[in-house]
Design a protein around this ligand. Sequence first.
Ligand code: GLY
Length: 399
Amino acid sequence: MKLIYLFSVLGLLYACNTTHKLNDNVIDENIEFAYKQIGNEIQAIEKSGKFMNPVTLGKDGRTYYCKYTDWRSGFFPGSIWYLYELSGDPKLLPVAQKYTQALKEAQYLTWHHDIGFIINNSYGNGYRLTGDTTYRSVILQAAKSLQTRFRPVAGIIQSWDTKFGWQAERGWDCPVIIDNMMNLELLLSMSKAYADDSLQNIACTHANTTIQHHFRDDYSTYHLVDYDPETGAVRGKQTVQGFSDDSSWSRGQAWALYSYTMMFRLTGYQNYLLQAGHIADMLLRRLPADGIPYWDFDAPALASTPRDASAAAIMASALVELSGFVPAAEGERYMAFAEKQIRTLASPEYTAPAGENGGFIPRHSTGAYPFSSEVDVPLTYADYYYLEALTRIKRRLQP
Ligand code: GLY
């Protein structure tokens, strides 16, 4: 990583409109920090001579890496694409390409719904930034793989299979988690690219069914709804990663906000914008003053209760996007809240000094509290959405 590229990033940023309240050192410094921090992580992996995809730090302080089938495998390549975009550093292009291509086999995954997270964040960003049509073919195949999980009578895409693993022990027929909404970007982007209405119809059907059954009157969401795929009847509403069946698991609320904002961006349908606005308003009412949720909104709000920085990063990125779709006063409110979240995440409480935190950016995320798994740790998806939020803010600042 050459300093010259850092200076060009800073030069680009200083060229932006200097009167906007967000164009301050917090954004500039944190892009520079991310460039160094993730740059060190890339160098360490490259030195090992192996392909590795970092996810988090284990209790022993060692980095945990995942396989391409893991729902988190697209985030590290996606973060490299964002750093490439933010820095313009041409040296990052082959690195982003290499870590993206390592996920090629994922395009054929049909045994879980997470193919959207995996392919969209890696190949999707690659296609957005390079226009490489071989990437588009992979994304299309991935969309077709996801399509195999659509259950037309229930009008949803099934999240998990129930024939093996821990999901086989819960008595579900056709479980759908709110996280699944995030996978729809894959279908909508390919529907547009190939003028294939059937992909958009599936995405909208899933999103509409989810509005009907996942959300409560206050626009908070259940984590999981189990359907009868033969009749479409709802068999139950539960949590898997949250505090209780009736609670509001923080990352689930973040996925809901992000995904309905994305649905509006890619379809233009007002009902999705309305849904996203209601979710945002609910979150702004309920979030702690520093903008970082406890791991579940209904967990006791004690100093010892873990936070979830990943949920805050997802929300911040979504709020920046949503702020561009709504009337100015509302947009200012969403943008100001996103700014607060980014400032907190960038503070020493959440961002460790360079070289620490295993090469990740924010500390204090929570993966799956009820499983005692990844509690109060850095997580690759917190990095990804943090970088995306910085990218979106920077884009908004450009004249
Ligand atoms: N399944 C994605 C998450 O844990 O948020």
